[in-house]
Design a protein around this ligand. Structure first.
Ligand code: FMN
Length: 464
C-alpha cells in the first residue's frame, strides 16, 4: 500500500519524507509538539519521480485499485469510508464529494473544483503521520463529523428578482476592516506541511485579502509573518502553566503590532487522537531529527528568549477565568476567547470584559461532545445579545456553510484544515486557491439569497 505511492529516501536529511527502516515519530498523546525542520524541497520537487516512474494512466489505475483496497481497509473504515453508505443523507453527500475528489488527484491548484480536491492532493503528498495529525479528531471522530453534519440541518431560502450584480463581502470586526468574513484559523507547525509554512500562508492571505490568525505554535516568528503579510496578523495564545511565559508571548505579539489576542481555552492536556495514532503507526520514517529529544519549544520561535524552565507543554489544564482577568489588565490588545460553545460561558465572557467570542471545538480535536459548532452557535449568539461579536469555526468547507453561519448570527468564520490542504498540496498557490473557491462560493450563495452585503444576510435567509 505504501510503496505504491511513495518511494524510499536514501538522503538522511530527507528522512522525514523518506521511508527509513525505523519507526520513530514518537510523540506523546498529551503534547504532540509537531515540527519537521527538514528541508522539504527535495521531497516535494522530486515527487513525480518518486511514483516509481509510472505514467499518469498507470498512476490513476493504481489509485483506483488503491481506493478499492481502502474501501475494505479497517484503517479507512475507522476514519469514515462507511459514510458513503451511511443512512444519514448529509453524511452520504459529504462523503460523495470527498470520494469524487479522491478519484483523481489534481496536479495543479487551478484544477481544483472545490476544497476537497485539495484535501485529496494533500493526503497524497503528506507523510502518513503528518496527514494523521491534520485529519484527526478525538476518539471516534464523532465531533469532527458533527461539525460537518450541522450544516445540513439548515437550508438556504433563495430570493428572486433582486439586482445582485454587485456583491460586497466587506465588514468591520473588532475595529479591523476585513475584505471578507472568511478568516484563517490558527494552525500550529505549518512547516510540517510545506517548507514555506506560515510565510506561504501569510502571502496568500494578503494576496487574497483575508485576515490570518497566527498560532503560538507557529514555526515562523510573528515578526517575520507580519512582514510577509505586509500588516499585522491576529495572535493566538496558548497560555502555559507559567504566567511569565504567557506574559512574554503576549508582550511580544503586542509589540509586533497584533491588534487582537485570540486566547484558546478549549485544549487541556491529554487528547485521545485515535486517527492520528493509526496514521502514525503506518509511518515508518525516522523522525528523530524533528521530534526527539523532547525539549519544550525547541522548534517554536515564539518561545525563544523566554525562560521556559518547568514548562512541559503549550497546554495547561489549570486555566480559570482569573487568567482572562490578568490578560485583560496586561494587554491593550482586544481579547477573543476561542473555544466557547455554551451560553453559560458566553455570559461569563461578557462578565470578564472579553471583546469577542470564537465558537470552536478545535475542529473536533478537543472534547468528543458529538456536538457541532453550528449547533451551539445560536445559544452563544443569544447569550451575548449583540454586545460583542461572535465568530465561529469547525467544518467550514463551502461558501454555503459560511452563509448559514452568518445568517445564524456569526460575524465571521474561520477555516483550519482547508487552507492547510492547499498549503500541503501546492504551497502559497494552494492556499490562494482554497480562499478563492470559498469566496466565490459565498458570493454565489449571497446572490441566490438576494443578499448584496453581509448586513443583508439575515436569520430568515436560512431555515431548518
Ligand atoms: C493541524 C491543526 C493544528 C491546529 N493548531 C491550532 C493551534 O495551534 N491553535 C489553535 O487555537 N487552534 C489550532 N487548531 C484548531 C483550528 O484553529 C480550528 O479551530 C479548526 O481547525 C477549525 O476546524 P476545521 O479544521 O474543520 O476548519 C488546529 C487545527 C488543526 C487541524
Amino acid at each position: 500500500m505504501r510503496s505504491s505511492v511513495r518511494g524510499k529516501s536514501s538522503n538522511p536529511s530527507d528522512a522525514c519524507w523518506g521511508r527509513g527502516p525505523i519507526q520513530r515519530c514518537v510523540e506523546t498523546l498529551s503534547n504532540p509538539d509537531f515540527l519537521c525542520g527538514h528541508d522539504f524541497r527535495a521531497r516535494q520537487e522530486s515527487r513525480p519521480t518518486l511514483e516509481d516512474g509510472k505514467t499518469d494512466a498507470q498512476l490513476l489505475h493504481s489509485r483506483r485499485s488503491f481506493l478499492k483496497f481502502l474501501a475494505g481497509s479497517p484503517l479507512v473504515a475507522s476514519i469514515g469510508w462507511p459514510l458513503l453508505t451511511s443512512d444519514r443523507p448529509a453524511l452520504r453527500v459529504q462523503a460523495a464529494e470527498v470520494a469524487a475528489a479522491t478519484e483523481e488527484i489534481i496536479s495543479s491548484p487551478e484544477l481544483a473544483l472545490n476544497v476537497f480536491d485539495l484535501e485529496a492532493a494533500a493526503k497524497a503528498k503528506l507523510p502518513p503521520a503528518h496527514w494523521g495529525y491534520l485529519a484527526t479528531g478525538v476518539e471516534g471522530d464523532a465531533t469532527l463529523r458533527a461539525n460537518r453534519e450541522a450544516f445540513s440541518k439548515y437550508h438556504l431560502r433563495p430570493r428572486r428578482l433582486i439586482d445582485v450584480r454587485q456583491i460586497d463581502q466587506a465588514t468591520q470586526l473588532l475595529g479591523v476592516d476585513l475584505k471578507t468574513p472568511i478568516l484563517l484559523a490558527p494552525v500550529g507547525s505549518q512547516k510540517a506541511f510545506h517548507r514555506e509554512g506560515e510565510i506561504a500562508v501569510a502571502k496568500a492571505a494578503e494576496k487574497q485579502g483575508h485576515q490570518m490568525i497566527l498560532s503560538t505554535q507557529t514555526t515562523t516568528s510573528v515578526e517575520e509573518v507580519n512582514e510577509a503579510r505586509g500588516g499585522p496578523v491576529w495572535y493566538q495564545l496558548y497560555p502555559t502553566s507559567s504566567w511569565e511565559v504567557t506574559r512574554g508571548l503576549v508582550k511580544r505579539a503586542q509589540a509586533a503590532g497584533c491588534p487582537i489576542l485570540v486566547v484558546t481555552v478549549d485544549q487541556l492536556t491529554g487528547r485521545n487522537w485515535e486517527t492520528y495514532q493509526r496514521f502514525r503507526r503506518a509511518d515508518d520514517r525516522d523522525c528523530s531529527e524533528c521530534h526527539s529529544p523532547r525539549v519544550f519549544g525547541r522548534h517554536k520561535p515564539m518561545y525563544q528568549g523566554l525562560n521556559t524552565t518547568g514548562v512541559t507543554s503549550n497546554l495547561f489544564a489549570g486555566l480559570t477565568w482569573d487568567l482572562v482577568d490578568r490578560l485583560r489588565k496586561e494587554t491593550t490588545m482586544k481579547i477573543v476567547l476561542k473555544g466557547i460553545v455554551t451560553r453559560e460561558d458566553a455570559r461569563l465572557c461578557l462578565d470578564h470584559g472579553v471583546d469577542g467570542v470564537l465558537v470552536s471545538n478545535h475542529g473536533g480535536r478537543a472534547e468528543e461532545s458529538g456536538w457541532g459548532t453550528l449547533d451551539s452557535l445560536p445559544e452563544v449568539v443569544e447569550a451575548v445579545g449583540g454586545k460583542i461579536p461572535v465568530l465561529i469555526d469547525g467544518g467550514f468547507r463551502r461558501g454555503t456553510d459560511v452563509f448559514k453561519a452568518l445568517a445564524l448570527g456569526a460575524r465571521a468564520i474561520c477555516i483550519g484544515r482547508p487552507y492547510i490542504w492547499g498549503l500541503s498540496a501546492f504551497g502559497q498557490a494552494g492556499v490562494e486557491k482554497v480562499l478563492n473557491l470559498l469566496r466565490l462560493e459565498l458570493e454565489l450563495a449571497m446572490k441566490y439569497a438576494g443578499a448584496r452585503s453581509l448586513q443583508e444576510i439575515k436569520r430568515p435567509s436560512v431555515s431548518p
